[in-house]
Design a protein around this ligand. Structure first.
Ligand code: TXA
Ligand code: MG
Length: 317
């Protein structure tokens, strides 16, 4: 058996004692705890200040382990799981009674994902329960892509953060489910829609508009910095705000006429852009600017998910 670092055993000891930990994954860092115990899951909601109607994702290490908690794994789900797990894909499945209502906010389906991060996967393999893990940020704020982000915001509330370097993908998993024979995308994310469609044909992407969502976490104002943020034509917005100390977050172009200019990817690489998105937004939020100006990226590949996050970061309700 491959050697397992002692920090992974430390994480296991914490989790077995019903504590929460910061968990590195390839998408974003999670706030993880035993997903089968309502009292542990309840702590997750409390630490994040998250409303109980917004269900959690369970993380496991194998399809075999997941099948213990669901009524069935439909054929399309199996195709996607075989192709993309471990990876940035979450699948909604009909749950059985082993999963507490609180984990799924009382819904009939449970969200499952097998993460690819080697430490997360090693940890899950030595646990005998799945881990409930929402992104490790206070509800509504920008998701964390490094242990430092988790430490800054939740460090005082949790006893342990498993160090896992910077999240490779940088945005949350893509969430799929099935209704009346149709494959539905409930949240755009780190797995491209095209990759899914190549295997299972046309899918329906649900718009993220409602404020009491059926697929929660789809609240309009989400992933939001505390500073004012406007999405649009960067040059025009700079001109229209001559009094402001501006921070720009652009796709690829550097702006030298503002206080701070951060670029998602100089070479227009969507994977690099996704990886930088949340940490750049955080940097601008923590800097001395008083207005963040950003723009949409081309709507291809991961660009769709990046635009979804930017749009919701910029909405104020
Ligand atoms: O990449 C990710 O998915 C990360 C890492 C840590 O794995 N986790 C994550 O969790 O983004 P969170 O809690 O921030 O988002 C979970 C979202 C919910 O807001 C909801 O939209 C959806 O997953 N979800 C979970 N269970 C669901 C269910 N039964 N029905 C519909 N949507 C569900
Ligand atoms: Mg989240």
């Amino acid at each position: 058996m491959a050697e397992i670092n002692s920090d992974i055993y430390q994480a296991k000891a914490m989790l077995d004692a019903d504590h929460l930990i910061g968990l590195p994954t390839e998408t974003v860092y999670g706030l993880a705890g035993n997903g089968l115990k309502a009292e542990v899951v309840s702590k997750i909601f409390a630490v994040k200040n998250r409303p109980h109607f917004d269900p959690l994702i369970l993380h496991s290490h194998s399809i075999g382990a997941i099948s213990e908690y669901v009524i069935e794994i439909p054929k399309t789900a199996k195709i996607l799981a075989d192709a993309f797990w471990p990876g940035p894909l979450t699948i909604l499945l009909e749950r059985n009674q082993k999963i507490p209502d609180l984990t799924c906010s009382g819904l009939d389906r449970v969200a499952f994902r097998i993460p690819k991060h080697p430490k997360a996967l090693s940890l899950l393999k030595i646990l005998d329960y799945p881990l409930a893990a929402p992104s490790a940020n206070p509800f509504g704020y920008i998701s964390p892509t490094s242990s430092v982000h988790v430490q800054q915001q939740l460090g005082h509330k949790i006893p342990f953060i498993l160090e896992g370097e910077i999240s490779e993908v940088g945005i949350e998993s893509t969430i799929v489910g099935f209704e009346n024979g149709e494959t539905i995308i409930y949240r755009l994310g780190g797995l491209e829609v095209n990759a899914i469609e190549r295997l299972v044909g046309k899918v329906k992407v649900l718009p993220h508009s409602s404020s009491k969502p059926d697929a929660p976490g789809m609240l309009k104002s989400h992933y939001a910095p505390r500073k004012n943020i406007i999405l649009g034509d960067i040059e025009k917005l700079i001109e229209q705000n001559p009094e402001s100390k501006i921070g720009v977050l652009s796709f690829s172009k550097f702006y030298n006429n503002v206080e701070t200019s951060l670029v998602l990817s100089k070479t227009k690489d969507m994977h690099e852009a996704a990886k930088n998105l949340f940490s750049h937004l955080r940097k601008l939020d923590e800097s001395n600017v008083d207005l963040i100006i950003t723009e949409k990226v081309p709507s291809e590949g991961l660009g769709k998910a990046i635009n979804d996050r930017l749009q919701r970061a910029a909405v104020r309700e």
